[in-house]
Ligand binder design. Structure first.
Ligand code: FAD
Length: 345
């Protein structure tokens, strides 16, 4: 009742009511959507249902209309499409201008993006331009009784989970990493409405030019975020060469090798293999942690794996608290023994 009389609160409600709908930015490269965009579609659907509003996909690029149809199969009710040559390759400025244009015109209450290189660049720039807040790397999203988006993310080095709200500004913006939200089921043939938006922007308006696209054909590049089986090593591996035993086990499983930050910092594994808060979030079917103590910053990146097997010679190691199976022992004996057993099967 107090709130009712407060003119500031009434003004806030009126302003907030002018924004409607949950948007998911569909990140694409050469016409292929990033997995995280569809994961966000699943979460976005849940939030839109709680708010009683539409779930909308935002598709930008050139010759990308097919992504609107794909978005419908993942639950979008509507898709805003900006399809023009200037948006063919991601560049901050045309995308920033284009997305801000859509936000200012259609006023969504929530905008979600993947915490990818592109999403991190774009989300911060858009939030600044439209004068709203942004919570990066959220691990949980929900709606509070006042219809605000509750954005939960680890803070203080992962030691606490902070829930952040942006109750005075719209849209409410958040980025989420890949593999944090589950992939929603697809409904083939589901359709929705495409809003063909247009925006007067031509190549001559953009300062950065794409001269050539060189594909990353770096041999040995692996996507640990999408792997079904991960064998990770930590400081307990003692040396770079010792990762060969993890690779053998990973090969046997058809999986990949990951690492803790200590192993990456020691130069034993490349940075794109790091699992954890400042590395990748993974959700494999099986995660085998070898010589990894289980610091909270590592756990946040892998604790949602379907099955966790920990090998550590310290029975008090915190990794055992999240492990489905724990082996207290020397990894240099245990790992080759598992590999040998699998080979016999
Ligand atoms: P340790 O903690 O040193 O553990 C090594 C383990 O190996 C020990 O438990 C030991 O018992 C075991 N061991 C040793 N020899 C053997 C053997 N022969 N057989 C079996 N077990 C053995 N860490 C990450 O991993 N990812 C992140 O993204 C990340 N982000 C961070 C962000 C911030 C802001 C901060 C502050 C820290 C972050 N960290 C991250 C670091 C994290 O706090 C830990 O320092 C790190 O995870 C420890 O790595 P580790 O488990 O490999 O090493």
């Amino acid at each position: 009742a107090e709130d009712e009389a407060d003119p500031e609160e009434l003004a806030r409600r009126e302003y907030v009511a002018g924004y409607q709908g949950v948007w998911v930015f569909v990140e694409q490269t050469e016409g292929e959507a990033a997995r995280v965009s569809w994961e966000l579609m699943g979460k976005g659907k849940e939030l839109a249902a709680k708010l009683g509003v539409e779930l909308c996909a935002v598709v930008m690029g050139h010759k990308v209309e097919h992504l609107c149809h794909e978005a419908f199969t993942y639950g979008a009710d509507k898709a805003y499409l900006l399809d023009q040559p200037v948006l063919e390759y991601y560049r901050t400025y045309p995308y920033l201008d284009a997305l801000c244009h859509l936000i200012e015109r259609y006023k969504p209450e929530i905008v979600l993006m993947g915490a990818t290189g592109m999403g991190r660049d774009l989300a911060g720039a858009v939030a600044t331009r439209v004068k709203t807040g942004l919570t990066a790397d959220c691990t949980g999203l929900d709606i509070d009784p006042k219809r605000n988006l509750m954005q939960t993310r680890p803070a203080f080095g992962g030691n606490i989970m902070a829930t952040i709200m942006c109750d005075r500004f719209r849209p409410q913006m958040a980025t989420v990493r890949s593999h944090v939200m589950p992939m929603p089921a697809q409904t083939a043939g589901r359709s929705g409405k495409i809003v063909h938006a247009s925006f007067p922007l031509s190549e001559s308006d953009v300062f950065t030019k794409v001269l050539q696209v060189i594909r990353d054909s770096k041999a040995g590049h692996v996507d640990i975020a999408g792997a079904e089986f991960i064998v990770s090593g930590g400081r307990g591996m003692m040396a770079k060469e010792n990762f060969a035993i993890l690779q053998e086990l990973a090969d046997e499983l058809g999986g990949v090798v990951g690492a803790s930050r200590s192993a990456v910092d020691a130069g034993w594994m490349p940075g794109d293999r790091q699992v954890g808060q400042t590395g990748k979030t993974v959700r494999p079917k099986i995660y085998i942690a070898c010589g990894i103590s289980g610091a909270i910053q590592h756990l946040v990146g892998m604790q949602d794996s379907d099955l966790i097997i920990a090998i550590n010679r310290d029975k008090e190691a915190p990794i055992f608290e999240v492990a489905s199976y724990g082996i207290v022992g020397d990894l240099f004996e245990v790992v080759p023994a598992i590999t040998a057993t699998l080979r016999e099967l």
